[in-house]
Design a protein around this ligand. Sequence first.
Ligand SMILES: [Zn+2]
Length: 282
Amino acid sequence: MKKILPALITSLLLSTTAQADDGPVTAQKLSDHVYVLFGQGGNIAASVGDDGIYIIDDQFAKLSDDIKKTISDLKPGSAEFVINTHHHGDHTGGNENFAKAGAHVIAHDNVHKRLEEQHGEGSGFLPRISFGHDLKLHFNNEHAHVVHYEHAHTDGDSVIFFSNDNIVHMGDIYFNFGSLPFVDVDSGGSVNGILAAVDDVVKQIDDNTKVIPGYGKVSDRSGLIAYGKLVQSAKDVMLKAMQNNASLEQVLKADPLAELNLEYAGWLPKEKVTTLFYRSLK
Ligand SMILES: [Zn+2]
């Protein structure tokens, strides 16, 4: 999601996650070593163990102190690494603060490129370590596998697999609101890429896997399958409406997504979803 919409996202989150009601940043334990942190941006995962601490995503800069406090309540110390699932500001806004505190930021090459365009060369927001296809972080008795998925929510998305703990962090490829994703076409995202990523992750996990979405409550394999089916239905009705070279104007007028009967957040109304799906599928 884009950083201009935090208030709306927060109110959406507060209405859907009980965990967010206790304070600015709260933690939910998922395994002996892995926690999910809810605050005002994309869901954070924290790995806490004998080797130290690292986190996946870091929300907004103004929340860095709250995030640090929540983490040090789990284990004294600070994050040694931050993995970014993608470049959006509600997932990378704390990069500079965590880097100043000693963390090394890790992300896909395209995240480095986009953050450099945004913040300039040498900025503390940029990853110190970037990678092409995948990378493994051997830390806290875990071998976290960070895997790039092409042209999904953006062109720089990573999914992180904690294989020992049987947990996966999907970033914004997965919005767990029972609604459709934000396909950031202008940042290289695509409907087909989201479907391919969901499909691939579903094949790699089992019924006991805990699935952390970019937004919304922690989910599981069946939740992710249902989400994939929903995105596929939206693609199907869109393609039908786009037959005979229909223009965007004609498709918006025909309102094909209406038959899915979904609710839409104020920052991502149906017209915007329709437009992004149209541009992606055209
Ligand atoms: Zn995003």
